[in-house]
Design a protein around this ligand. Structure first.
Ligand code: NDP
Length: 293
């Protein structure tokens, strides 16, 4: 079994980022990312902090905007509009989930598609479906694809089964995998909570992608011998022995599945690491496109 670790692959992406960043800086351009956090959800805070730190580490301009949990829709939309108009900002990410009184869809649609580095604006999702390379693909799905490519895992003609149909992950991975071109050209099945005989379906996968949000949901009976397993899930489970009282586990029961598969991503240390790398890459690209470099 081969362990597909995110860190070295993310490092390869960061090396590319540094090269592109140097070229942009030499021409007087500095890519900027704005991350907006509404409320104080601890997991969201941790993600936003990690994104901000990575920007600083790479030398990108980064601003972190923290808004109160009771922020009104008008105030949030005004913030987005101001970032849309700010020429020093090339990427805008509004951290999801938002507090319940705020409509996520309206907020995403308010972001300038040219700054939508999370790739969730209808314009970018439409471009993803149309295989138009001028759009931004969502970061986690493109991170998964990059992992497969870097590990030399052939996708062409392979049966990819994706469990989960969210726009953020499942549906977008499916679109990427069925597109024409390298790292794609797969035959894709998408399963979800209404799928019948799920295990029967997932056992047909050459490449199984789990994006469910349920700890250890995918067990040995879901995976055929020799399959490649990409575990997107990040779930907190109570662990009194852990320093924080919890630990992170994937949607796949790693110990049960690892033995029989050809390759598998760990959690943590797998797909999660790639998401921020692809966000940095998208932000630098957004800057390049904005300045016409
Ligand atoms: P969502 O809750 O939006 O989607 C979950 C999907 O799983 C839904 O399509 C749902 O089906 C499906 N599902 C739920 N239960 C079952 C079941 N019993 N059988 C089959 N399918 C089921 O979650 P996300 O897509 O946003 O995230 C999925 C996981 O990925 C989470 O653990 C999340 O934390 C993680 N994640 C990780 C990221 C990373 O950087 N690695 C980034 C984003 C997410 P239905 O549509 O029918 O409800």
């Amino acid at each position: 079994m081969k362990l597909i670790e995110g860190k070295p692959i993310a490092e390869a992406v960061y090396t590319e980022c540094r090269t592109e960043l140097e070229a942009l800086k030499a021409e007087g351009h500095l890519p900027g990312l704005a991350v907006v956090l509404v409320g104080d959800d601890p997991a969201s805070k941790a993600y936003v902090g990690a994104k901000d730190r990575k920007c600083h580490e790479l030398g990108l301009h980064s601003i972190k905007i923290e808004m109160a949990a009771d922020t009104s829709m008008e105030a949030l939309l005004a913030q987005v509009a101001s970032l849309n108009a700010d020429p020093s900002i090339h990427g805008i990410l509004v951290q999801m989930p938002l507090p319940e009184h705020l409509d996520e869809d309206t907020v995403i649609r308010a972001i300038d598609p040219a700054k939508d580095v999370d790739g969730l604006h209808p314009m970018n999702l439409g471009k993803l479906a149309m295989e138009d390379p001028t759009g931004f693909a969502p970061c986690t799905p493109s991170g998964c694809q990059r992992m497969l490519v870097e590990c030399g895992i052939e996708t062409e003609g392979k049966h990819v089964v994706v469990v989960g149909r969210s726009l953020l992950v499942g549906k977008s991975i499916a679109l990427l995998m069925m597109a024409k071109g390298p790292g794609a050209n797969a035959t894709v099945t998408v399963a979800h909570s209404r799928t019948r005989n799920l295990a029967e379906m997932t056992r047909q996968a050459d490449i199984l992608v789990a994006a469910i949000g349920r700890p250890h949901f995918i067990g040995a009976d879901h995976v055929k011998s020799g399959a490649v397993v990409i575990d997107v899930g990040i779930n907190r489970v109570d662990d009194p022995e852990a320093k924080r009282g919890y630990r992170l586990v994937g949607d796949v029961d790693f110990d049960a599945v690892a033995e029989s598969c050809e390759a598998i991503t760990p959690v943590p240390g797998g797909v999660g690491v790639m998401t921020i790398a692809m966000l940095m890459r998208n932000t630098i690209r957004a800057c390049r496109m904005a300045v016409g470099a």
